[in-house]
Design a protein around this ligand. Structure first.
Ligand code: ADP
Length: 798
């Protein structure tokens, strides 16, 4: 039977007529049994079969046997659409099938089947692909059925006309071979869907082989194709997915590899992202706690090192021992600076740095910063000075600790990198209004300078101009990075101007709300003016910057100022002018100062000499008063006031001057002190430090012991460690607040090893009166105890 003959024998029925036929066969079976059924199947022109319960074919009619040969398999498994899988359906099953021919490509057909008794009977009607082509024969009904079935088929079906264009294609074919639609592809050349290599193969290999066999089957164009030559010259194509074992196409393989690679990268990226998200989350939560505990852990032993070194330094030791101890003390101090820097840096980096917003006097902040570093400067023979240019507000809202930190860092660097000359701080308002101001601070030195090409990286963390400076001067390279960030947090910016070998200027601004009237306090200036206006004053100072600054400050108060750099010059000036006051730098030899004084006397003037001394060396002697550098306008007014008093009163006021701040503090400010601290070393340090201040203390090991002791003893002050076992300092404080009325409550000073933002607030919130962070330093404890004493006497507690 040729393709054509078979297509002509296509019965004039629809799918339902196949079912009618099955109905008849089923009835026959029930009346006459299996043999009659087989006989009837044999007479059919369609392919017919009977399978057993196991699905294995019991009987194939001659038509089916002819194309299958000895092949035996369950025809239901040829069904395209098999929702029942490989298990036989209990009811009827129907659909498109591809009948595997023994010779040639599979034949498309439509199958209907249903169970009869323990068996199943099925009929398959072949689908004529010619019917799909435009030149189809058969009735309109037949064509319609064929087309409908072909349109719904899962395989790609197509007819290629002799001129190579696609005469017909179903949606599955369009989808499998192209991205275009059926409508777009119909009538276009089939070769358009092939690449060069495939087109070459189609022409030179596949078409010629079809000339001999009428059919061809194999992998082509990334699919499994079955081709059959139709009578009208069309080539009928069925296209299925390539069986997996044949999918060795290089493109497919490559694409697969690429996809796998992409998936792997994607997987890794997702894993990394998840990990970092997790870490970020964890680190955010853990950072504050970690910082606090690191600070605590390091400060606790440092407390002992620094505290006990201080105690030893004050004892009777020889020079070598003093030298060693001072080295230990200095190393301990720099370790603490380092810890603080690292803590600050991490806080800024994790956006945890919070700034206070309290009223501060920027001028005082500069003075305090200079005072902290004055000793260091004077030990290097450097001058320190500052100047306020123009009007600045008396008070601003800001964070005094952090502003001081920036200034101390910049001034500290300036001193570190300067061998001779001076370090100046200039302060001025760049913008000023009733509510707000932009203050500019400049720290200027006459030191080694910074090469232009290194200035760009200066503010990066851990950056130092050259590593040999680290060895020579020490440092971490964090100071400037922190200072710049702090400046930015204060709404300003920081920059550097420097010339190698000549010196550097670090300039920064801060923006702040004003909290006190703009302009320099008029009373302050009035006091100065009242004292010196019109008076002849001499300034003898070798450093030109200091000379200029001191003269200009006195000039502001309308004094008649003359200045010079040498005492010889001073003597000739004094011979001509009767000066009321002469400011003379201490670096001039004593006999020269005496010569100046006698020159003044010879000129008939009662000149008061004020000795200008380096920081910390301002001891007045009988002959003259002294003024310590860096010169503060307020100290200048005070010393002028004292100098102009009669000598007797001056001597009297010198005698009544207060004793050194903390010597014998315990006698001046007697207090009963309880120390609550669980760490034995810290107890020892505290006891020794307080003994030096002439205090005897009692010790409690935890909060419970504090409460117990308070039952029997009355204390004025409790130095309360906040972290203790059994009952911590906060809880103990709350308990004390509950048990004692305010006037009988001891003054509680929190002692904490944490230096985190909020510790002070936490201590105050718990009801404590003051706060000290460890390591314990005698000066700080002294100040806190003095304060406590004044509070206690003020409320009549003592
Ligand atoms: P540290 O001083 O702790 O190393 P800084 O961040 O404060 O860290 O300073 C970084 C570097 O900048 C210093 O090591 C030094 O090389 C340079 N530098 C800072 N200030 C000055 C200055 N006034 N003069 C010269 N070099 C300076």
């Amino acid at each position: 039977m040729t393709v054509n003959e078979r297509s002509l024998s296509f019965p004039a029925t629809t799918a339902s007529s196949l079912n009618n036929q099955l109905d008849a066969l089923t009835r026959l079976h029930s009346l006459l049994g299996s043999e009659a059924l087989a006989h009837s199947l044999d007479a059919l022109s369609e392919y017919g079969f009977v399978t057993g319960e196991d699905g294995f074919p019991r009987h194939l009619n001659p038509a089916l046997e002819a194309i299958l040969g000895n092949e035996r398999c369950n025809p239901l498994l040829w069904l395209e659409d098999r929702p029942f899988g490989n298990t036989l359906p209990s009811s009827g099953a129907s659909g498109v099938v591809w009948i595997p021919q023994r010779h040639g490509a599979p034949i498309p057909g439509f199958l209907v089947s249903r169970p009869v008794g323990n068996e199943r009977v099925g009929i398959i009607r072949e689908l004529s692909l010619e019917g799909m082509a435009p030149s189809s024969c058969g009735t309109a009904d037949e064509n319609e059925l064929c087309l409908e079935l072909a349109e719904q088929a899962c395989e790609g079906l197509a007819a290629i006309s002799p001129d190579g264009t696609l005469a017909y294609l179903n949606p599955a074919f369009a989808q499998a071979h192209s991205q275009a639609s059926v409508f777009q592809l119909k009538g276009s050349p089939w070769k358009l869907l092939l690449d060069d290599e495939e087109a070459r193969r189609w022409e030179s290999e596949i078409l010629p082989s079809m000339d001999f066999t009428d059919s061809w089957s194999g992998p082509f164009a990334k699919r499994q194709l079955s081709l059959r030559a139709a009578a009208n010259g069309n080539i009928l194509v069925s296209s299925r997915e390539l069986p997996a074992e044949n999918a060795r196409d290089a493109d497919l393989e490559l694409a697969k590899q690429e996809t796998e690679q992409l998936y792997q990268q994607l997987d890794e990226a997702i894993a990394k992202a998840n990990q970092s998200a997790l870490e970020a989350e964890l680190s955010n939560q853990a950072k504050s706690a970690f910082l606090a505990s690191m600070s605590h852990e390091i400060r606790t032993p440092m407390n002992a090192v620094i505290g006990l070194t201080g105690v030893l330094l004050a004892s009777d030791i020889n020079e070598d021992q003093r030298d060693y101890l001072q080295t230990i003390r200095a190393s301990g101090d720099s370790l603490l600076v380092l810890i603080n820097d690292i803590l600050d840096f991490s806080k800024i980096e994790s956006n945890k740095m919070e700034l206070e917003n309290l009223p501060i006097d920027p001028r005082c902040c500069v003075e305090e910063s200079l005072e902290l570093l004055a000793e260091k400067a004077s030990s290097k023979g450097l001058e320190l000075c500052y100047e306020v240019k123009g009007d600045i507000p008396f008070g601003i809202l800001g964070d005094v600790t952090r502003l001081r930190q920036i200034l101390v860092n910049l001034v500290g660097n300036a001193i570190k990198f300067t061998e001779t000359g001076q370090v100046e701080v200039l302060l001025q308002a760049k913008e000023i209004s009733v509510e707000e101001c932009l203050l500019e601070f400049e720290v200027k030195d006459s030191g080694i300078g910074i090469p232009a090409d290194k200035q760009g990286r200066l503010f990066e963390s851990f950056s130092q101009v050259d590593s040999s400076t680290t060895r020579k001067y020490g440092g971490t390279g964090l100071g400037l990075a922190i200072s710049k960030k702090l400046t930015e947090l204060m709404g300003g910016e920081m920059r550097v101007e420097s010339e190698e070998g000549k010196g550097s200027s670090f300039i920064f601004t801060i923006r702040a709300a004003t909290s006190a009237p703009v302009v320099y306090s008029p009373e302050f200036d009035n006091r100065g003016r009242n004292m010196v206006a019109g008076k002849a004053i001499l300034v003898v100072e070798p450093n030109p910057v200091i000379r200029e600054k001191l003269s200009s400050q006195l000039g502001k108060w309308d004094a008649q100022v003359q200045s010079c750099a040498s005492l010889a010059q001073a003597c000739s000036l004094a011979a001509a002018t009767p000066f009321e006051i002469a400011f003379v730098d201490q670096s001039y030899a004593k006999h020269e100062r005496i010569r100046l004084a006698s020159t003044c006397r010879q000129a008939g003037a009662d000149t008061r000499i004020v000795k200008v001394t380096p920081y910390g060396k301002s001891e007045a002697d009988d002959a003259c008063h002294s003024l310590s550098k860096p010169i503060k306008p307020s100290a200048l007014i005070d010393v002028i006031g004292k100098s102009l008093q009669s000598p007797e009163r001056a001597a009297q006021s010198e005698r009544s001057a207060p004793a050194k701040p903390h010597a014998q503090l315990g006698e001046r400010c007697p207090l009963r002190i309880l120390m609550a601290e669980d760490n034995k070393i810290n107890q020892k340090v505290a006891r020794l430090v307080l003994n030096q201040l002439s205090y005897q203390i009692d010790v409690a090991n935890d909060g419970l012991e504090v409460l117990e002791k308070l039952k029997h003893e009355r204390y004025d002050v409790i130095l309360m460690d906040v972290q203790m076992p059994n009952m911590d300092g906060y809880e103990a404080t709350r308990e004390i607040a509950k048990r004692f009325p305010p006037e009988r409550r001891p003054h509680i000073i929190a002692l904490t090893a944490n230096a985190m933002q909020g510790d002070r607030e936490r201590a105050i919130a718990a009801g404590m009166n003051d706060y000290l962070s460890k390591p314990i330093r005698p000066e700080k404890v002294g100040q806190a105890l003095e304060k406590a004493y004044h509070v206690a006497t003020a409320i009549g507690n003592n």
